[in-house]
Design a binder for this molecule. Sequence first.
Ligand SMILES: Cc1ncc(COP(=O)(O)O)c(C=O)c1O
Length: 399
Amino acid sequence: MTTSSVERFDASINKRLDQLRAAGTYKREIIIEGPQSSTVATADGPMRNFCANNYLGLASHPAVIEGARRGLEERGVGLASVRFICGTQDEHRALEQDLARLLGYDDAILFGSCFDANTGLFAAIATGDDAVISDELNHASIIDGIRLCRARRAVYRHGDVADLRARLSEASGEARHLFVVTDGVFSMEGHLAPLPQILDVAEEFGAVVVVDDSHGVGAVGARGFGTVDLYGAQSRVAIQTGTLGKALGGASGGYVVGSQAVVDLLRQTARPYLFSNALAPSVVGSARAAINVLTHNTELVTRLHDNVAWFREAIASAGFTVLPGDHAIVAVMVGEEERAAELATRIRQAGVLVVAFSYPVVPRGEARIRVQISADHRRADLEDAVSAFRAANEEFSIV
Ligand SMILES: Cc1ncc(COP(=O)(O)O)c(C=O)c1O
């Protein structure tokens, strides 16, 4: 019997999958049998959830669910069209205006995800005459977005403003427009970009600054309006990208906010906008409700910040090394890849859902457990998480 081309292809794919398993980087999905929340139902029973981006707990907030329900009932299941053909409802425009108002910009444009927003943005705004300078730890979607544009590209060392200046200096002169792009909050570290310093250097070279604040909006600053708002830098950051899939309800969707000119250009030319279906009305409804909660209720942001402060203090007192900062992403450093995986497994067995991250997602030898705090966590949840870390440590002697 001859081997068909499909069989040979599958065999080669299976070899690659085996390599991932051998390297310990094969990901297994934990199945959740209910809504996203601070406690989730799994086949192994309920687990306290410390790995969702559900910073304000809005994924299961009654007003946000009601927003989704109203969207579904009043505007239907979906548009079966891209936005520019017959896929723009009044509610899409209302959500865009909500986002623009929330973040302090002229206008906003929605995408199917922030991944789409980032992959569409740079090809639309940067030409072959321009240069884009990017932090080395920027999110994968920014990296891919820059790869898709014709501009000259350069990478600066993570958060290193002196290195950014060197890259800007190399690119200036030749480039028509210079762009500097950074995450507002780095998702594996939980620390903020040094935005004021980045802006000072960018302005020296006349560069346009773009911030992806996917982990900032809803989590950073006293109002929870994000990293750019924390520094009052709306007039200096030309463009922000972000997601509706984290603090803002957690459904899905992404956006770009900026000047009217930038948003108009994206509406005309951004490929993931032009060639992909409009956001579903339920998603639009949940995001609008989430923005409404965030705008009118600072209590959730305060509770998030209180929870973060309590947990950071308690886990450090338990002897663990955490990367410094005050964001809801708390990186508990372990070091060795296998030990991080074992520690996370043991903590999960204690009913606390956490995930270990190791190379190539983070540098080799810097494996960590990323804990994500939510406003939805009660003190008992936080105490249980710290106890689970302590108990696992007694077995593995990480600290
Ligand atoms: C910084 C950053 N940008 C973009 C994204 C992608 O967001 P979305 O899930 O909306 O595609 C993520 C999500 O992981 C992120 O952390």
